[in-house]
Design a protein around this ligand. Structure first.
Ligand SMILES: Cc1cc2nc3c(=O)[nH]c(=O)nc-3n(C[C@H](O)[C@H](O)[C@H](O)COP(=O)(O)O)c2cc1C
Ligand code: SF4
Length: 437
């Protein structure tokens, strides 16, 4: 089959996918992605209609069977999260869509928000119906101006057509206002509790957990937080059925996954891959990454953004699935895959990753605030043993996911390419001096 090429005019970037099965099927088909008429003409809102014809518990079962894992990075099963929230008695309940997309190398939520915003909105409205939520929020990162503008127009268009706002689909008691909010761009604001603080107008710092957000979330009420891509999967699950969605992927994670290929990949952009596609196909297949643009061998791939693990060629023979990646000590994360060829200095690369975390640490807890700086100092001339010790402390003692994953990439590099670090330690410094530059 010939690949479909989606050209996003304003970015002058091509997005290709050989099998647009679920998430990208409407991308590139709109004159105006914020027009509800066009969405309806492309089969939109079938999932919302479907959910209103079902028992709510049956809808939750479908999402559970689909084995939809959260696409924001943590891979937590959506079915489990939704059922837990459904069991909460307190009211009101809130729906929050996480469109912060702060993870470097990740740009798939932007594609959905700009090219098929209704698929995300429909997922949020399905959740609103199931949980009886009358307010839903979508947090779209400050830099994504176009996405914010489009989404606002999409909400307005849906309201005018009776698909959002008061008495949706004419069903008494089914009303939900959708609010588009934004922040100033700190990476930590994508962490779900920091995100809620931001929406409330507080400082965007993570809360201490437990209690979980399903119990005490937005305004301390039960709250569902899911990623943009996770919400976009929900209408598809309800229209095709949970089992069919599961079967698109693997037992441990159903459906397709948006992959963001960048770095030295020959074909860079957003691709849709069924979970379980061979990893080598994703990296080298002509419909996906196509190897490297330089023709040089792949030295390593960085998965899931800066917080994710680094994989070396000997770890990349399995499947692009949650379990296969975990089996290799890797992780799917957001679906970002930064491909780096053998011209890259691995030690300098991970040093830049650590510098990112030093910069982005919110400073609330000591292991992360001080520990990330100590990691960087070690990379600038400390011993490998000391570096390992600090990584362990920062990983195990930090209060939120930022600190807990700050040492992930450097830890992987140390595990598989220790000799490169030892060589540097003997020589004293790693290269560019971060503090002086
Ligand atoms: C530092 C940090 C940043 C995060 N940034 C994002 C983000 O930009 N987008 C996102 O969806 N999830 C992000 N997450 C994960 C969220 O906390 C949360 O797990 C996610 O929104 C839940 O949705 P999901 O289950 O659909 O993935 C981040 C987590 C941490 C620790
Ligand atoms: S781990 Fe880092 S980002 Fe998270 S609360 Fe502590 S200091 Fe803030």
């Amino acid at each position: 089959m010939n690949p479909l090429i989606y050209n996003i005019g304003h970015q002058n970037t091509e997005y290709r996918t050989p099998r647009p099965r679920v998430l990208l099927k409407r991308v590139g088909c709109y004159q105006d992605p914020a027009s509800v008429e066009e969405y309806l003409g492309l089969g939109g809102f079938a999932g919302l209609h479907r959910v209103t014809e079902m028992e709510k518990t049956q809808a939750l079962d479908e999402i559970d069977i689909a084995m939809l894992r959260g696409r924001g990075g943590a891979a937590y099963p959506a079915g489990r999260k939704w059922k837990h929230l459904f069991g909460m008695k307190a009211e009101p309940k809130y729906i929050v869509c996480n469109g912060d997309e702060g993870e470097p190398g990740t740009f798939k939520d932007r594609l959905l928000l700009e090219e098929d915003p209704f698929s995300v909105l429909e997922g949020m409205l399905i959740a609103a119906y199931i949980f009886g939520a009358e307010s839903a929020y979508i947090f779209i990162r400050g830099e994504y101006r176009r996405a914010q503008e489009l989404f606002r127009r999409a909400v307005k268009s849906a309201e005018e057509a009776g698909y959002a706002g008061e008495t949706i689909l004419g069903i008494p008691g089914f009303s939900c206002r959708v609010y588009v909010v934004s922040g100033a761009g700190a990476y930590v604001c994508g962490e779900n509790s920091a995100l809620l603080n931001t929406i409330e107008g507080r400082t965007g710092r993570p809360r201490v957990k437990p209690p979980h957000l399903a119990e005490f979330g937005l305004y301390l009420k039960p709250t569902l937080v899911n990623n943009v891509e996770s919400f976009a999967c929900v209408p598809a699950i309800l229209t095709m059925g949970g089992r069919a969605f599961l079967e698109l992927g693997t037992e441990d994670g159903g459906g397709t996954k948006l992959v963001c290929l960048s770095g030295h990949a020959k074909n860079r952009g957003v691709f849709e891959a069924p979970l379980g596609t061979p990893m080598r196909e994703v990296l080298y297949g002509s419909h996906y990454g196509g190897g490297t643009a330089t023709g040089r061998p792949i030295q390593f791939c960085h998965f899931g953004g800066q917080s994710g693990p680094i994989g070396f060629p000997e770890q990349l023979d399995g499947l692009f699935s949650y379990q296969d990646l975990w089996d290799e000590g890797l992780a799917m994360g957001t679906g970002a895959v930064v491909v780096m060829d053998d011209s890259v200095d691995l030690v300098e690369y991970v040093r830049q990753v650590v510098a990112f975390f030093v910069h982005e640490s919110c400073g609330k807890c000591t292991p992360c605030r001080v520990g990330t700086m100590r990691m960087l100092e070690c990379l600038d001339g400390g011993s490998v043993e000391r570096l390992e010790e600090i990584i362990e402390h920062v990983t195990n003692l930090s209060a939120c996911g930022l600190g807990q994953t700050a040492g992930c990439a450097v830890g992987c590099a140390l595990k598989y390419r220790r000799e490169q670090f030892e060589r540097r330690a003997l020589n004293g410094v790693s290269g560019i001096d971060f503090h002086r530059s």
